[in-house]
Design a protein around this ligand. Sequence first.
Ligand SMILES: Nc1ncnc2c1ncn2[C@@H]1O[C@H](COP(=O)(O)OP(=O)(O)OP(=O)(O)O)[C@@H](O)[C@H]1O
Ligand SMILES: [Mg+2]
Length: 228
Amino acid sequence: MYAVEVENLTKIYGKGESAVTALADASIQVKPGELVAILGPSGSGKTTLLTSIGLINEPTHGTVVIDGTAVADEGWLPGIDLKRLRREKLGFIFQAHNLIPFLTAQENVMIALEINHLTRSEAKTRATELLGALNLGHRLNNYPSALSGGEAQRVAIARALANKPKVILADEPTAALDTENGKNVMILLKKLAFENHSAILVVTHDHRMVEGFDRIFHVNDGRITKDS
Ligand SMILES: Nc1ncnc2c1ncn2[C@@H]1O[C@H](COP(=O)(O)OP(=O)(O)OP(=O)(O)O)[C@@H](O)[C@H]1O
Ligand SMILES: [Mg+2]
């Protein structure tokens, strides 16, 4: 079974003369444990692809299946609980870390767990473990403003992973980092794909980072043109 199955996905923003076709008949299948890159020029549809898979951007046509659950077929399927699926199956990592500024590193991770109904003390234990595993054990009580870019991005990764999602979606996760921190983030994603058996889709412009992916997809003008 695939973790992500997208078939003939088309996304048209707007209507009439101002309509923009951001994705046209794009298909992609990713297995559990696979780390894949999505490359392409600015405006080619990479973020649209990721947010459609991420259940935050309704496809116009085509089908999306996440971890065996059909979620879209000519738009969202009726009766689909998008919020719940997002919470239970997906983890997001963005270019800017999006940490909550008035929560500590530990609390930023705890909040993702508490949303999924862990008690406060369970959440605290798991957040401490996760941050420790990302070499942030000494930064638990720091606020985001007191973290380096690489540290903040690792906290954001810990938060995305907190619920062991089947699918991790990362939009340029290394763009704001220097080469060394960027490489460390990629090594970490690789390890996570393997250990948690998660499918990880990484949008990147960053040609320094393309080693280590299992497969590379190229997006051009809304079309997935090559799958090497
Ligand atoms: N909300 C929106 N409304 C209208 N058009 C949009 C919207 N979001 C994206 N687009 C258009 O859809 C196309 C694809 O955008 P998308 O953000 O997916 O590209 P991208 O490959 O992620 O680009 P970048 O590398 O710059 O982030 C672009 O032409 C963009 O202008
Ligand atoms: Mg984008």
